[in-house]
Design a protein around this ligand. Structure first.
Ligand SMILES: [Fe+2]
Ligand SMILES: [Fe+2]
Length: 337
């Protein structure tokens, strides 16, 4: 297949007009400290679906208002610029595939669910981590796999082959993408996020959230990337075999948790609570993410899978230490209980 650069892929999507034109204007207005609620409201008003979304959210039970808000400028004041930024970005990301007939080839519900779960978990992780910015962590979660959406749109048929290659080779998404397309969803996502002029740590995490596997970016100074990478590993992936090696994945979860100084109990709590947040967010964004019972049962399965793998790793390490004549292992596994 003809190899094409991430830049060309992103610009081809711009050409077909899949990216919402209003996003840049909204982000610019939200980020400018001199811009008032009126100007932000003006930028939002140019997009009918975003306007509807903002009014729906501000009138939802979440804001607990006694009186209905019908003006966007009032909604801006009630919600605050941070929530607006999150809503504008999230709706922009999901509108990339909105209206496209992709359901036959790809499980869009599962992909959307992955984005939302990673965002909710990343936000909860940021809450317990020193120097964690919850709003940015949430946005990082929504954006981290945006490259997958662009790849799906650009390579409609070829991307299906990538998924087949994953199950054939058992080596995961990154290797399959590299082999068949010559670049990864991380390269393409980072190119897009950079073109949106978002903070560089977002671009870094979009580019590197899988790199903990090979390049070992689990250093203390990569806190933001570690938050996104950890959240990514704690959810049901966007496809089967996203992280095919369960035990290796669990070892990374342990490692990153240790670097971020997250306690075993916190991780357990984060995973359970984020499910409720994800479902609420999906409702606000009017996204179909699947049946509630399925979501809860998948979350429980993930917890059980982690627990079994952690126990196995722990027992194997104990066995090795015993064989080498040393005393009992020093550390207990970090994880869920
Ligand atoms: Fe990814
Ligand atoms: Fe992901």
């Amino acid at each position: 297949m003809e190899k094409i650069s991430p830049k060309e892929i992103v610009s081809s999507i711009h050409q077909i007009g899949a990216l919402p034109q209003t996003l840049a204007a909204v982000l610019k207005a939200v980020d400018d400290p001199n811009t008032g609620a009126k100007e932000i409201a003006k930028a939002i008003s140019t997009d009918v679906s975003l306007t509807t979304l903002v009014l729906k959210m501000v009138n939802s039970a979440h804001y607990n208002r006694s009186r209905r808000v019908s003006k966007i400028s009032e909604a801006v004041t009630v919600m605050g610029v941070n929530s607006l930024k999150i809503l504008a970005l999230s709706s922009s990301v999901f509108s990339i595939v909105g209206g496209q007939d992709l359901a036959e080839k790809f499980n869009i519900k599962r992909i959307s669910r992955h984005f939302i779960e990673v965002a909710s978990i990343a936000k909860s992780i940021a809450e317990v981590v020193d120097s964690g910015d919850q709003e940015e962590a949430f946005i990082g979660g929504i954006l981290h796999d945006v490259g997958i959406l662009i790849m799906i749109l650009h390579f409609r048929d070829e991307y299906e082959e990538v998924l087949n290659e994953m199950s054939r080779s058992g080596k995961g998404l990154i290797e399959a993408e590299r082999k068949l397309l010559g670049c990864t969803h991380c390269d393409v996502g980072a190119e897009l996020v950079e073109s949106w002029r978002l903070p560089t740590k977002l671009t870094f995490a979009v580019q590197n959230h899988h790199d903990c596997d090979s390049a070992g970016i689990i250093q203390e100074d990569s806190t933001f990337n570690n938050i996104i990478a950890l959240a990514d590993r704690l959810t049901l992936g966007p496809f089967e075999d996203y992280y095919p090696e369960v035990e290796q994945n669990i070892e990374f979860i342990q490692e990153i948790s240790k670097t971020l100084k997250i306690k075993e109990n916190d991780l357990n709590k984060i995973m359970k609570e984020s499910i409720v947040q994800s479902i609420k967010l999906a409702q606000y964004l009017e996204l179909e993410v699947g049946d509630l019972i399925d979501i809860l049962s998948d979350a429980n399965k993930k917890l059980a899978e982690m627990y079994i793998s952690l126990e196995k790793i722990y027992l194997e390490k104990e066995e090795l230490l015993k064989k080498s004549g040393q005393s009992q292992a020093q550390t207990q596994p970090v994880g869920v209980s």
